[in-house]
Each structure stands twice: as structure tokens, then as C-alpha cells.
Design a protein around this ligand. Sequence first.
Ligand SMILES: *[C@@H]1O[C@H](CO)[C@@H](O)[C@H](O)[C@H]1NC(C)=O
Ligand SMILES: *[C@@H]1O[C@H](CO)[C@@H](O)[C@H](O)[C@H]1NC(C)=O
Ligand SMILES: *[C@@H]1O[C@H](CO)[C@@H](O)[C@H](O)[C@H]1NC(C)=O
Ligand SMILES: *[C@@H]1O[C@H](CO)[C@@H](O)[C@H](O)[C@H]1NC(C)=O
Ligand SMILES: *[C@@H]1O[C@H](CO)[C@@H](O)[C@H](O)[C@H]1NC(C)=O
Ligand SMILES: *[C@@H]1O[C@H](CO)[C@@H](O)[C@H](O)[C@H]1NC(C)=O
Ligand SMILES: *[C@@H]1O[C@H](CO)[C@@H](O)[C@H](O)[C@H]1NC(C)=O
Ligand SMILES: *[C@@H]1O[C@H](CO)[C@@H](O)[C@H](O)[C@H]1NC(C)=O
Length: 757
Amino acid sequence: MLLLAVVCVLCLWSPATLAGGVGSVPNCMPRKTVSLKSNGGHSFRMDGVFNYTTMLVREDLNLLILGAREAIFALDLANITFKKAMLKWQVTDEQKDECVNKGKDATNQCKNYIRILHKKDNGTMYACGTKAFNPTCDYLSWADGQLVLKDKQEDGKGKCPFDPFQGYTSALVDGVLYSATSINFRGSELAMTRSSDEILRTDVTANWLSEPNFIHMAHIPESEDNPEGDDDKIYIFFTEAAVEYDSYSKVDVSRVARVCKGDLGGQRTLQKKWTSFLKARLECSVPNTKLPYLVQDAFHLCPGNWRTCVFYVVFNPQSDSSQSSAVCAYGIEDIKAVFSKGKFKVPVKVETSFVKWLVYPSDLPDPRPGACIDDYARSKGISRSLELPDKTLQFIKDNHLMDQEVKPLGMRPLLVRTGPAFTRIVVATTTDLNGDSHHVMFIGTKSGSVLKAVNYDGEMVIMEEIQLFESSQPIKILRLSNSTQQLYAGSDAGVVQVSVSQCGRYHTCLDCVLARDPYCGWNLDTDRCSTINTSHRDSSVIQSVKEGNASRCQQLDYSKPVNITFLLGNTMKLWCQPYSNLAQVEWHVNGQSIKASETFQILSDGLMILNASTDDTGHYTCDSIETVLHQKYKTRHVEYDLKLWAGTGTTASLHDVQGKHNTFIAMVIWVEDVELVALDDFGWRVHFSSQGHFDAELGFECKLKSKTANMWFVIFICENNMETLTCDLHLSPGQMESLHVFIHISDFSGITVTSVI
Ligand SMILES: *[C@@H]1O[C@H](CO)[C@@H](O)[C@H](O)[C@H]1NC(C)=O
Ligand SMILES: *[C@@H]1O[C@H](CO)[C@@H](O)[C@H](O)[C@H]1NC(C)=O
Ligand SMILES: *[C@@H]1O[C@H](CO)[C@@H](O)[C@H](O)[C@H]1NC(C)=O
Ligand SMILES: *[C@@H]1O[C@H](CO)[C@@H](O)[C@H](O)[C@H]1NC(C)=O
Ligand SMILES: *[C@@H]1O[C@H](CO)[C@@H](O)[C@H](O)[C@H]1NC(C)=O
Ligand SMILES: *[C@@H]1O[C@H](CO)[C@@H](O)[C@H](O)[C@H]1NC(C)=O
Ligand SMILES: *[C@@H]1O[C@H](CO)[C@@H](O)[C@H](O)[C@H]1NC(C)=O
Ligand SMILES: *[C@@H]1O[C@H](CO)[C@@H](O)[C@H](O)[C@H]1NC(C)=O
């Protein structure tokens, strides 16, 4: 089978499609896999600097402000490789000593990790760093091409974590910082704080927050155009230890909580504490899993007004028993309804010491606890939270948990996938050729890749998995820029920028249309897959995102067969790589279908013929068949004509020369002329193997070559000193008779190579 590296446990579909309608083939597998080499991105890293995990996109300045460990960078938003400025923000020796004396580790913990970067209304920025367990904030400005720190050294306690490994989140709303993190050195007290003149905070009792890990914060301007005269809200996503379950072991749950922007705390009860802190469980249930999934990251998209806001949230399992990650989406109206209409869940003492969490059975005090100051409160003469009656405040002082959980849109996850865990998510909007708008998700993974996916009416389509970092580097931050249409990803090792669409990666009309990428369409005039021009809809462009209907694509007339001559006993690889991981490959020889056997191995990128014999001569064809919504599209990729070499020669195994130290091994690599267009650009990878005795990989620049009768003759002369193979490249079509080695050779473009004579 094809690249089944990632197994899709289930894909979720709308009820209609589940009932056997369209789209019953789950395609949680990314249609294309884009390697690190070919991701086409720009990257940035600086020697000695790590943890590139905080970003602020400044479209107004055309800059990406990047926070790392002990440094802040200003990078060109269009090309992040271009560093415009750098600012070192380091800990002093005294701070470091103090941190070390308190038992922290000097090389990792006692550094300044930039954790907060926000833009103030007047254009200056607010930055905070952990500063060796001494969180500090400052004003950062961009002037005359330089980053400048004001050196105000504000106390960052409650804004920025002490411990760089501890969770945190923050938002700047109307110039005021809302943050959620630890407020003490030990990291044992965690709170959501507003750092205005009237500081407000959650209480540090388990009723409010119980060992929380803060993930995401969002300001939703709900006061705009609001018939109830309601206030803006600040939502916060986090996980915490569940209090409401009867469980002996600790279970974590995902939560969404919110406060009102205009909250001023209570007068006597809840002085300097939120009077509007309400929380609810976030449900994202994955079938066949027991423990709740835990929120990892969230992104909110509000395409029109605030009523259209959707939170896209990624979840991971809390135990290792399941390997699948999920994405759930939540509508703001659903979240709002739970908080404004739902019942409370409260602890009730059932026996002397045993507590059960039950629905609060009685009538709630009036005004409703946790409600913002709205028209109803004002009609009762309450214009500020300070004026709330004590009954309401007494209730909300102890009770914050809603009984009802917040359910995802469609009542189920948008996407569940087994494989590397999801870490981050951002979502872009784009308009297709029909003028319909789509939400395109970019999901970062623990293995340094990003998935690009769209949900079309319940059908999940993962267009690409793009490798941005080495697979050991989890994606730790993702940001989008609308003005540059670029995605920025950060890891501990560096930053990479890629375009949200790279239509050029779709090679043919079928490939382009079946990709169902809302950014791309096949242009019949230029015969290329190109970015949809939203201002000018061209009828000569083919795009079919929802149906994946490629019937308007012209079938390609394939090129003439590739001629290959082989020797008895040769191992050959006939290259054929379909454009899509979802396509099935069919090989035929002389019209007969090829099945895997002792002679034939069907690989994801070709057909391997082992120990070739006279029976293996003939006409080979490779077709790929891609099925989209029950429609099959077949493409002939390549044809080969295999003939037996008429000359004479012998093959010997490398095993035979293994014992001969410091001898020269010469090999002739004999390659068909076809598919070699880019030969000059590709190094050659020569793989030596002989029953595991001898194994080496070398890179060659294949500069010398000669062309005779459609074939290249290349000779590598290799010195075999058993440890390393040093190879000189010689070229001589005439030296064929001097060679005695059997070698299996392949190169990056899958060129068929036969062995040596
Ligand atoms: C910072 O990066 C280094 C190097 O990759 C890593 O070992 C360390 O865990 C990172 N620190 C944090 C706080 O993520
Ligand atoms: C991006 O910036 C780097 C560093 O300034 C430069 O070398 C490179 O050519 C730029 N790339 C493009 C495509 O502009
Ligand atoms: C922007 O506001 C900050 C305080 O909020 C102040 O320190 C800074 O001087 C202001 N900058 C400008 C350019 O007005
Ligand atoms: C994105 O940019 C386009 C033009 O470049 C603009 O029309 C659109 O409103 C922007 N969208 C957002 C969400 O800013
Ligand atoms: C879109 O098409 C219009 C009209 O042909 C053209 O002026 C404009 O440059 C195009 N935009 C892009 C991004 O290609
Ligand atoms: C695909 O589109 C063609 C017209 O472009 C139409 O005739 C055909 O019915 C469509 N096929 C499906 C399966 O929708
Ligand atoms: C393969 O060989 C045949 C003759 O045997 C020739 O007509 C054809 O052009 C060759 N194909 C290629 C791709 O060179
Ligand atoms: C290769 O095939 C020949 C007969 O076609 C057989 O005699 C020989 O043992 C085979 N070699 C291997 C290594 O299987």
C-alpha cells in the first residue's frame, strides 16, 4: 500500500454522509506530503539562541517581532531570513546567581525567556520575560530601524510566568493586560489577573481554579450591537484537575472560562476579585477513549461580527493509551448560552466528609451570579459590579462551575487523527472561485510539520502535511499574516515562514483540482495551477473544492515509453510516484496486472524488480487512481519497455570485495536518459548494501557524464578501506569490461539504475 505511515482511526462526517452518502471514504491522510527540503519556505535562526516561541505580527511595520531566549528580533515580515534588528535582553549576573541560589538550573531555567509581546494602541509594544524566575515587563519600541527597550523594569508577577516551563496566556484589551499564569515563585498559585489600576484576580482556592494549565485567551467584543446591553468578555481556555467526578485518581478536564471586561470586583465581598468568573467543561469526545481529551491550543476566528466567532481548539489525550489528536470547533453563541442560561454545578456534602457535585437545585440570586452588568442590571439600578447585592456575590464567591458542558459545533470533532500529536492551530479564511468563503486550518504537530485542512460541510480534507522542522522539533507557535498571506511557525530551534498556498506544488490539472485547495485553481490559459484571483474570477480557471469534480480537466497524453535494458539477475526500480497519497497505483506488464511476488515489490514510489529474468521483459505501465466522492480519476504516469541486455557481462556481489582492504571498486552506473532533466541539481545518493555487511551512504555531485545512445555512463571509482568509501568520479563508456561489482543504486528522483557489468 501507499504511504500508510499515518493511520486514520476515524474521520467525521455530517450525519448525511455517515448514512452512506457522499464522502464515505475517510481521507484523514494528508493528500500530499511535503518534505523539509521542498517546503519552499524562508527560515531564521541564530547561533546560540533558542526557544523561538513568542511572536507578534506587525503588519503596520511590515515586521515579525520574535521573542526567543534572551533576545528579541525584528524580522522582515515578507522574508524572515532578513533580520532587521536584534535586541539582547539578558539576565544580570546577580539575577542569575540569585536564581541559582534558589535551587534553579543555571543553563536552562535561570534565563530570560520572552513570554509576552503585545502591541499597544500607540504603536509601542509591551514585552515580558521570565528573567531568571523574576518576571519583568518593559516597553519596546521600533525607532530608526532599531528595537529599543525603555528599561522601565516593571514587575511582571502575575503577568508572565516565573518558570519558563509553566503554562501562561495573555491578551491586551484596550491597553490593559489580562494574563493567566503563576503568581508565586514556586508556581503553586495560579491566577487570572487584570493588571489595570484596579487589579482584579481569581482567588487561589480550588473552587476557582484547581491546578490549572493556561492555554489561550481571547477578547470578544460582545457589547457591540448587543440588544441586552451586555459587556465585552475575555474568554480563557485551560485544563485543570476535575473536581466534579467521583474518581480516585486525578482526572484533568478542559475548560473555558470567562470574565466581563467591565468587572470592577465587589465592594466588600469579592473585593479586587472577579465577580463574573464562570467556567464550563469543554467537550471534545473521541470515540473509544475513556479520559477526557485536553486542550492544547485554541484560535478564534470572527469572520463577520462577534456572533460569528468560532473557536478552533486542538486536543490531545491525557494518557498515552491513545495516540490520536482531535480538533473541535465551538460557536460563541453556544458558549455564551451555557454561561448565561445554564445551571450551576455545586458541591454538596452527602455524608460527613464525602462531597458530590450536583446541579444547584434552588433559584439563583438576582441578578444572576456571574452575569455582566447589562440592561437588566441597570434597570435594577446596578451600574457597576461594586453595586451587586451581597447574595449574588456570596454565591459567585464559591460557585463558578456550570453544570452543562460546551459542546462542539456539529456535536463531534472536526478531525481526529492518529500520529504525531497536534500542538498548535491557526485558521485562515479564503474565498473560492464561486465566492464561497472557507476556513483553512493549519495544525502544527509535535514532529515539526503542519497540516493544512478544510472541512467542507462535514467532510474533512487534509490537503497537505508540510514538514517545517526536523521531526524532533515540535511546533511551539503558529501565526498568520493576512497582508503577506504567510504562515509563521516557531520551534525551540528556529522559525520558518511558508505561504498559505503553494499552488505550484500541484503539477497537473487533475492534481490541482482533486487537491480541493480553496486557494488554487487550474488555469487553462497558462496550463498551470495558480492562486485564485479573488478580484477577477476567470472562467478559464477550473476549481471544484466541494465536489472535487475534475471532469473539465483534459486527459494528458502521456509521454512515450522509457527504454530500459537489463542484465539477468539485476535489481531494478521503475519509478512511479503518484501526486497524491490517496491514490491507488496499478502496475501492468503486457496488459496483465502486477501483484506483489518474489520478483515484484510494489513501493510507494515505484516498482522493484528483483533478480530479473527473461520473463520480466515487456511493456510496463503505471496508473494512479484517485477516488473523490465516488468518482474515480485515472492517470497514466509512466510506461517502460524492458529488454534484456544483448551484450555479455557478469555481476558479482559486493560481499566478494569486502575483504579486500584499500582496493578500488569501480562501478558503472548506467542510466536511461529519460527523467534526468534536473540531474545537475540533484546530488546522487549511492547506497551500498550487501546482506547487512556493508552499508554506506554518500553524496555525489554528478557533474561528469557522457551521453551515448540515450544513456548515461558514469563510473564511480571508490576506494574501499572498510571504514569509509572515498570516491572519485570518472567517466568512461569504454571501461565497461573492467568492473566487477553488484551494487544497488538509487537517487532522489527515483532514476532507474541497473547494476554493473
Ligand atoms: C529551550 O530550547 C532548548 C533547546 O532546544 C530546550 O532544551 C529547552 O527545553 C527549551 N526551553 C523551554 C522552556 O522550552
Ligand atoms: C531573504 O532574505 C535573505 C537575507 O537578507 C536573502 O539572502 C534572500 O535572498 C532573501 N530571499 C528572497 C526570496 O528575497
Ligand atoms: C505609548 O504608551 C506608553 C504607555 O502606555 C508610553 O510609555 C509611551 O511613551 C507611549 N509612546 C508614544 C510614542 O506615545
Ligand atoms: C485581508 O486582506 C485583504 C486585502 O489584502 C482585506 O480585503 C481583508 O479584509 C483582510 N482580512 C482581514 C481579516 O483583515
Ligand atoms: C487579478 O486580476 C486583475 C484583473 O485581471 C488584475 O488586475 C490583478 O492584478 C490580479 N491580481 C492578482 C493577485 O493576480
Ligand atoms: C462534474 O461537472 C460536469 C460539468 O463540468 C458535470 O457535467 C458532471 O455532472 C459533474 N459530475 C459530478 C459527479 O458532479
Ligand atoms: C525506445 O526504443 C524504441 C526503439 O526500440 C524507440 O523508437 C523509442 O524512441 C525509444 N524511446 C525512448 C524514450 O527513447
Ligand atoms: C535468481 O534467479 C535464478 C533463476 O532465474 C535462480 O537460479 C537464482 O537462484 C536466483 N537468485 C536469487 C538470489 O534468488
